[in-house]
Design a binder for this molecule. Structure first.
Ligand SMILES: NC(=O)c1ccc[n+]([C@@H]2O[C@H](COP(=O)([O-])OP(=O)(O)OC[C@H]3O[C@@H](n4cnc5c(N)ncnc54)[C@H](O)[C@@H]3O)[C@@H](O)[C@H]2O)c1
Ligand SMILES: O=C(O)C(=O)C[C@@H](O)[C@H](O)[C@H](O)COP(=O)(O)O
Ligand SMILES: [Zn+2]
Length: 367
């Protein structure tokens, strides 16, 4: 393997719960990457019906031979991110007689990762789990940081827990089978990091969007490493979102409203976040932080990633507000929004003027 492709390792620094993020090709079939993080001999691999035929055998071949390995293959889709699916994982663990020294493995995208993390957080009051993310979105975002949980019909990720994995194993080879719509969804979260914290990274992305969308390995690997480095730094500073971690929610207050209102899965999470970031940029302009040229620049990079810029035609401003009033970042009845002071610097707006927000929600272009 050329040195440029050798796996690289970052660390999420959380004291005794610190863990590595290993990034590189060929991790799935190689036991050296997983063995150090197994709590005992009992291993439950959880994946879905799309990923199992692609990667489950390769993953199992990379496990040490002396383990008791079981598997759960769930149906696919954001609409399955429910307590019922988590209960299937609990049932399988109990049927196998697995105890507190078992390890759960999340082999899949963010839906699998969030559910397996929550199953691990709650099974016998907490067992080990390992993230093996297979979508770009899960490799740059959801596998890192320990936000686990499921959706509620009234709001995204409303039921859950903070529960950190023991390790994150990012096998970049898995991206070769990812549909381009899913790749674009992952790019939304990558762009987010540049917008909230690193204008240099945003410039890098603007120059390489075509390479990324063509799955060029060097560009993807660099985007994953830079994204994970930013996420790891933010999580280490504020594990349970008391402060700076809220900035990782840029675009999500609007985006989660779209996902919940349209029915989970109708819009991909990354697509909704893409529109949400464009809406947050426009709101930041209306509050005199951003110039019109900044908003155009942000819209251009979201568009170049293959993401939509318009909100759903069927959503009224009241539809947005109904979901936004339940957002987890709110304090009492105040809606708090992540906005941009400049391109590359986000902040939490504590007192969004109602008239400005309603004006935006009425005026913002619909598909
Ligand atoms: N916990 C967090 O911090 C966090 C962060 C961001 C997003 N999320 C959550 O993550 C979810 C979105 O994750 P996602 O975008 O990975 O969606 P996903 O898990 O639904 O995966 C997208 C699709 O790609 C398929 N797939 C996965 N890997 C594949 C591969 N290598 N080749 C071909 N197909 C593959 C999946 O089966 C699915 O159909 C949302 O529920 C979102 O709320 C959580
Ligand atoms: O890790 C975080 O913190 C994030 O906010 C990352 C987001 O991209 C992700 O979608 C997260 O699941 C949103 O969390 P929520 O608390 O707003 O549900
Ligand atoms: Zn997100």
């Amino acid at each position: 393997m050329p040195p440029s492709q050798a796996p690289r390792t970052l660390t999420v620094e959380l004291g005794e719960r610190s863990y590595p993020i290993h990034v590189g090709p060929g991790l799935l079939g190689d036991s050296r990457w997983i063995q150090p993080y197994l709590a005992g001999r009992q291993v439950m691999v959880v994946t879905n019906e799309t990923i199992a035929p692609l990667y489950l055998d390769r993953f199992k071949q990379g496990l040490p031979s002396d383990l008791d390995v079981r598997e759960v293959v769930l149906p696919d889709g954001e609409h399955t991110k429910t307590l019922e699916s988590v209960a299937c994982i609990w049932d399988a663990l109990l049927a196998a007689g697995f105890n507190r020294r078992c390890t759960l493995v999340a082999l899949g995208g963010g839906v699998i990762g969030d559910m397996v993390g929550y199953a691990a957080a709650s099974y016998q009051r907490g067992v080990a789990f390992i993230q093996v993310p297979t979508t770009l979105l899960s490799q740059v975002d959801s596998s890192v940081g320990g936000k686990t949980g499921v959706n509620h019909p009234r709001g995204k990720n409303m039921i859950g827990a903070f529960w950190q994995p023991r390790a994150v194993l990012v096998d970049t080879d898995t991206l070769s089978s990812l549909p381009s719509r899913e790749l674009s969804a992952g790019l939304a979260e990558v762009i987010k990091y540049g917008l909230i914290r690193d204008v240099g990274f945003l410039e890098w992305l603007e120059a390489r969007m075509t390479s990324l969308r063509e799955l060029q390995t060097d560009a993807l690997r660099e985007a994953i490493l830079r994204s994970c480095a930013i996420k790891a730094e933010v999580v280490a500073a504020d594990e349970t979102e008391q402060g700076v971690r809220a900035l990782l929610n840029l675009g999500h207050t609007f985006g989660h409203a779209i996902e919940a209102h349209q029915g989970y899965g109708a819009w991909l999470h990354g697509e909704a976040v893409g529109v949400g970031m464009a809406m947050a940029a426009e709101m930041s302009r209306r509050l005199d932080w951003l110039a019109p040229s900044d908003v155009s620049r942000i819209r251009a990079v979201i568009d170049a990633a293959g993401l939509p810029l318009s909100a759903p035609a069927s959503m009224t401003s009241d539809d947005f507000l109904a979901v936004m009033r339940l957002d987890k970042k709110n304090i009492d009845s105040r809606i708090r929004l992540v906005l941009l002071q400049t391109v590359g610097c986000a902040y939490v707006e504590e007192a969004v003027p109602n008239a400005s927000l309603e004006g935006l929600l009425v005026d913002y272009p619909r598909i």
